[in-house]
Design a binder for this molecule. Structure first.
Ligand code: PRP
Length: 178
């Protein structure tokens, strides 16, 4: 793959503004409720989770879960594997899943089903970007940043072969280069 920096799709200041909006809405929606548990989906969500959690003005706890899906690039089998589970219990807690991207929707769909079995008080979802054209299963995103075209995107947690995760903006890889 070439070394050229990916073309900007969503600039850093637009991401920052949207994360601040998320934080305001979430802080308001969960005000007065018992502790909120943010569940970051590794690896991609670690940047969003770090930025979002530091802007919340309500008490909250941070948890991580790691999932992996097979056959990702053009054909998705829909099979999702649990790599690392939550450390804490979420029964009777208000849970917000934090994802970087919803692509086919399989990962989020799987995770929502899994966490529901643990009887949280409530369960909502947040994702910075969604590729609507690629949706294979319907999954509700309560706090959505941006709908994006079906391009290979990197940055702000998203990688291509583990590269570009710490790019401060969401960029597109050239066609045929990803
Ligand atoms: C990415 C992303 C989501 C998932 C979305 O994770 O972080 O979890 O894919 O795709 P889907 O909607 O088609 O299921 P990935 O498996 O690439 O792992 P990573 O976060 O560790 O890079």
């Amino acid at each position: 793959m070439g070394d050229a920096r990916p073309e900007v799709l969503i600039a850093e200041d637009r991401i920052s503004a949207r994360v601040s909006e998320f934080a305001e809405r979430i802080s308001s929606d969960y005000a007065g409720k018992d502790e909120l548990v943010l569940v970051g989906v590794l690896k991609g969500a670690f940047i969003l989770l770090a930025d979002l959690s530091r802007r919340l003005t309500i008490p909250h706890r941070v948890e991580f879960i790691a999932l992996s899906s097979y056959g990702k690039s053009s054909v998705s089998t829909g099979a999702v594997r649990l790599i690392m589970d939550l450390r804490g219990d979420i029964e009777d807690k208000h849970v917000l899943i934090v994802e970087d991207i919803v692509d086919t929707g399989h990962t989020l769909h799987y995770l929502v089903s899994l966490l529901k079995t643990r009887r949280p008080a409530s369960l909502r979802t947040c994702a910075l970007v969604r590729k609507s054209e690629r949706a294979k299963v319907e999954v509700n995103v309560d706090y959505l940043g941006f709908d994006i075209p079906d391009k290979w995107v990197v940055g702000y947690g998203l990688d291509y072969a583990e590269r570009w995760r710490t790019l401060p903006y969401i960029g597109m890889l050239p066609e045929g280069d990803g």
